[in-house]
Design a protein around this ligand. Structure first.
Ligand code: CAO
Length: 450
């Protein structure tokens, strides 16, 4: 048998007109006995109003921000399996026609998602009828817990967070005074699932303050554009790599005047085969030569962080800019391919990357990556290491500039190179040696196995 039970604000001491700071249920919700329905907050304390019975919420008679006092009707619950003894205590909820003349609150025919705002809720009503059932309020403590000491959240939110395994210390509260509400916990879980939340315990020896929450529409028109799936995935990996790897970026210039002449001489041959011969294939070859000379660059730290895994193969990842974001397909065995084979493969993977047709396996197993922005411009940048690799080469746009040859300034084509390396594995001197050697390979292209 079911009965409608009025839940009223219980004895809350000497307080009246207390703001409702959380409405934890809506019409139609199924609630357990002792489940919190509302959170009230006075200047001195925060407390919850639980339901004494399990059942279904029929009406919620308050809205967020309303003020209530002892005895105010706040929720009507249709109780299940009410025992005989309890039935005696419970009363049926007032039907609209039964309502006293003073109560002008509209009673919806069906339970609305957002109930009509009750009138005169702040006016002290008659004492609770004997038929109403109350559980004592659940205080949060004599005063609020200040943000920064421990998370400021109601017991219901703490329970909700516990159920989801969320550490409230990591959640930013968006409500008044930094209080954490249900939406904050849900937002946090979403950000963890999409990889945009900070790591649980950074283990980095420092904690960062949260990013500011800004309502940009206060300053002008805006529109929301969701990040692509690739952006979300690569964004979290880039963030991880940037934060977890101590990067150093070493810049250098390679004189590619002679190489450019050689490239142009061979451009027609490449075009006959249907692809362009860009500087990138020579950079792949120079990288292979430098990796052979400096094996610690062709390595990864193992899981313990105590050993280097030295690789005997030369698979080079190429950062490709696609309409959906950055991807890094890997060209395998670059030491065994000539510049024409590399150019053909480069065209193939960059086309398929842009068409979203790369297989996951084609983006795995790289030893070292190249990010070339030379087709666009720039003079230098800091590429982010593609873990578990330990170094990455950034390439900017070559330009002709006067270079002093000991006797005179000569116009030379200079290619800017930026090498980021993992300083846990590679020291600064070797970083400088690696990029200089790579530049010399480009400057003396005959020395390379093209
Ligand atoms: N200096 C001067 N010119 C250069 C150059 C350089 N370093 N590198 C390329 N060029 C020229 C090419 O020769 C080509 O000239 P033509 O049109 O006259 O033939 C033009 O620039 C365009 O080259 P490209 O970009 O199409 O070809 P590529 O082989 O250099 O690069 C690819 C291929 C797939 C790597 C590139 O298209 C790309 O996506 N680059 C972006 C990578 C990226 O986003 N990196 C950032 C990662 S971090 O967010």
């Amino acid at each position: 048998m079911t009965k409608q039970i009025e839940i009223k604000v219980p004895d809350i001491g000497d307080f009246s007109d207390i703001p409702v700071i959380e409405v934890l249920v809506a019409a139609g919700d199924v609630v357990d006995a002792e489940q919190s329905l509302l959170t009230l907050e006075s200047d001195k304390a925060t407390m919850e109003v639980p339901t004494p019975v399990a059942g279904t919420v029929k009406q919620v008679r308050v809205l967020l921000g309303d003020t209530v006092s002892e005895g105010d009707l706040v929720v009507i619950v249709e109780a299940e399996d009410v025992a005989e003894s309890q039935e005696a205590e419970s009363v049926e909820a007032e039907k609209p026609e039964d309502k006293p003349a003073s109560d002008t609150r509209p009673a919806p025919a069906t339970a609305p998602a957002i109930p009509p705002r009750p009138q005169a809720l702040s006016a002290r009503p008659a004492p609770p009828s004997t038929g109403s059932r109350q559980s004592p309020p659940v205080p949060m403590g004599a005063g609020r817990t200040l943000p920064g000491k421990s998370p400021y959240a109601s017991p219901a939110i703490r329970r909700f967070a516990r159920e989801l395994g969320v550490d409230l210390a990591r959640v930013n509260g968006s409500s008044r005074g930094g209080r954490i509400i249900r939406e904050d916990v849900i937002g946090f879980v979403k950000s963890v699932m999409t990889g945009s939340a900070a790591p649980a315990s950074s283990g980095l020896g420092f904690e960062l303050p949260p990013l500011p929450k800004v309502n940009f529409s206060r300053y002008g028109d805006i529109e929301l554009e969701p990040l692509s799936k690739i952006q979300k995935i690569s964004g979290s990996y880039l963030h991880r790599n940037w934060v977890r790897i101590p990067h150093v970026t070493q810049n250098d210039l390679a004189d590619t005047t002679d190489l450019e002449a050689f490239r142009k001489d061979n451009a027609a041959k490449a075009m006959e085969q249907g692809f362009k011969l860009t500087p990138l294939v020579f950079l792949i070859k120079a990288s292979v030569a430098a990796l052979k000379k400096f094996p610690t660059f062709n390595a990864s730290l193992d899981e313990s962080g105590e050993n280097l895994v030295l690789k005997k193969y030369f698979h080079i990842g190429i950062a490709v800019d696609t309409p959906n974001g950055l991807v890094v397909p890997v060209i395998r065995d670059c030491d065994q391919k000539d510049i024409f084979e590399l150019a053909a493969e480069l065209l193939d993977i960059s086309q398929r990357a842009r068409d979203g047709k790369l297989k996951p396996v084609e983006m795995q197993g790289g030893c070292f990556s190249i990010s070339s922005l030379g087709g666009i411009g720039g003079t230098s940048f800091t590429p982010i290491i593609n873990a578990p690799e330990v170094a990455i080469l950034g390439v900017s746009r070559a330009s002709v500039s006067p270079q002093w040859d000991g006797e005179a300034f000569k116009p030379r084509t200079m290619l800017p190179l930026s090498l980021s390396y993992d300083h846990r594995v590679i020291d600064g001197a070797n970083g400088a040696r690696f990029i200089r050697y790579l530049a010399e390979c480009l400057e003396n292209h005959e020395s390379m196995d093209l």
